[in-house]
Design a protein around this ligand. Structure first.
Ligand SMILES: [Zn+2]
Length: 220
């Protein structure tokens, strides 16, 4: 997903990603800036005392005068290989991120967990559950697709076996992980309840009603 699709031969600073425009280009920060950090001031409130790249856009200084606060002997210094590449599965990466957030005093771990659940797990689970219910079925032999399973269960073109295109595994793959993260990192009750509701929905779709294990108490 990070493969370059377009190569620019001429870089126009006003066309690049906005985030880079927010970068400060000063040699040193004013004392007021440091004082504002102690008050946990909103970045927008201290913007006036800082010079950011955006302020030179469209002027004759837009390509020059990028100052920095600390010198380095090597501009390429830094990790050659990030943990993003050394860690294997998505779950390992997430666990590493969460454990790091637990160690950093400036980071609220429950907030990190909350964001992962709210922006990654929930949309993923909801989307997959929806995809499962609206999926087409496909013949394993000839590849013919049907909007609904033929009543005979066989392919109408070749008589082959017709099967699902979205499987149970891709729907409930991360529900247990999401619930574990919510518990372990203290997500809000609201988030936990959203996961519980989703878990119940997933169960209602996949639980086999005909072959349900029952105990003696169910008959008394
Ligand atoms: Zn077929």
């Amino acid at each position: 997903m990070d493969a370059p699709l377009v190569m620019s031969s001429r870089i126009d600073p006003s066309e690049i990603d906005d985030e880079a425009h927010n970068m400060d280009i000063m040699e040193r920060y004013p004392r007021e800036f440091y004082e504002a950090t102690r008050e946990l001031a909103d970045p927008a409130d201290v913007e006036d005392m800082m010079t950011i790249a955006e302020s030179t856009l469209g002027t004759d200084r837009e390509y020059t005068d990028f100052r920095h606060t600390h010198d380095t002997t090597n501009i390429a210094a830094g990790p050659d290989l990030s943990a993003y590449k050394t860690l294997g599965s998505m779950e390992e990466k997430m666990d590493a991120q969460l454990h790091l957030s637990r160690k950093l005093r400036a980071v609220v771990e429950s907030d990190v967990a909350e964001r992962i659940i709210e922006y990654h797990f929930l949309p993923d689970l909801i989307g997959n559950l929806r995809a499962f219910s609206r999926q087409e079925v496909r013949c394993l032999d000839c590849g013919e697709k049907y909007r609904r399973m033929p009543l005979t269960g066989d392919c109408r073109e070749c008589g082959g076996r017709v099967n699902l295109t979205v499987h149970e595994g891709s729907v409930n793959k991360y529900i247990d992980t999401a619930i574990r993260v919510a518990d372990e990192f203290g997500a809000r009750d609201y988030t936990k309840q959203r996961l519980q509701i989703l878990e119940r929905k997933i169960e209602s779709v996949f639980e086999n009603d005909h072959n349900k294990q029952s105990g003696i108490a169910d008959f008394m």
